[in-house]
Ligand binder design. Structure first.
Ligand SMILES: *[C@@H]1O[C@H](CO)[C@@H](O)[C@H](O)[C@H]1NC(C)=O
Length: 218
């Protein structure tokens, strides 16, 4: 009788102890997961423009995204601020271009040019006078190619573009170059509009490009 009572107490105690043990384990695990997650979230937010990798001190961080078909506008982030986007209401179909001072990182001006029903003249007036030491950011939206002429293509090529001569109707195109760079830019992506490979009905897929640009030192 007494023996049974003692046994019962022992069983109850054991049950309590194991329950406490597992509960404790689960809680601490959950806390670990939480702190792990917050570390990752902090890391991600820390990098300029939400980029995967940080840029060294003497570099500018950027991320640019082309338009999606004729539906979602492109966006450009430079040094953690959005300089062109639908929300900023400064983008449009065609070519979206931002000019940035390559030493200070100050945005000189931004504009968009309709390359389907527009005229190439305003584009030429925008890109031809660009001064030495200016970074040139380009993102396509819907149709960047129809009205591009040889003169405009040559100006982009002089900024370091490899594809400007081939841009056509509804291609996707991203480019970062500069006035006064003598080499081809490493920051360029291009997809041809091609019925066989298009992601959307009449358009190729969206392009996204991020990177670090060395600040120009004089
Ligand atoms: C960039 O900014 C510096 C300092 O304000 C200025 O001297 C230089 O002319 C600017 N360059 C361009 C291309 O705007």
């Amino acid at each position: 009788m007494r023996c049974a009572a003692i046994l019962r107490v022992i069983v109850i105690l054991l049950t309590l102890i194991t329950t406490w043990y597992f509960a404790e384990k689960m809680y601490s695990n959950r806390d670990n997961m939480k702190s792990l997650r917050s570390i990752f979230e902090k890391k991600k937010a820390q990098f300029s423009c939400g980029n995967e990798k940080p840029c060294p001190d003497d570099y500018f961080a950027f991320k640019i995204i082309s338009g999606a078909a004729n539906v979602v506008g492109p966006s450009m982030c430079f040094e953690n601020s959005i300089i062109m986007s639908s929300i900023k209401n400064n983008i449009g179909r065609g070519l979206n271009i931002a000019l940035i001072n390559a030493s200070t990182g100050v945005v000189i001006k931004t504009s968009s040019f309709d390359m389907y029903s527009g005229d190439v003249k305003p584009l030429l007036e925008f890109i031809k006078p660009v001064a030495e030491g200016t970074l040139v950011f380009v993102a396509s939206y819907d149709d960047p190619g129809t009205k591009l002429n040889d003169e405009a293509r040559a100006v982009f090529a002089s900024f370091g573009s490899s594809y400007s001569k081939k841009i056509g109707f509804r291609d996707s195109w991203l480019f970062v170059g500069g006035k006064g760079i003598s080499t081809k830019s490493p920051f360029e992506q291009h997809i041809k509009n091609n019925k066989e490979t298009n992601k959307y009905d009449g358009w190729p897929e969206v392009l996204e490009m991020e990177g670090c640009i060395p600040k120009k030192t004089n």
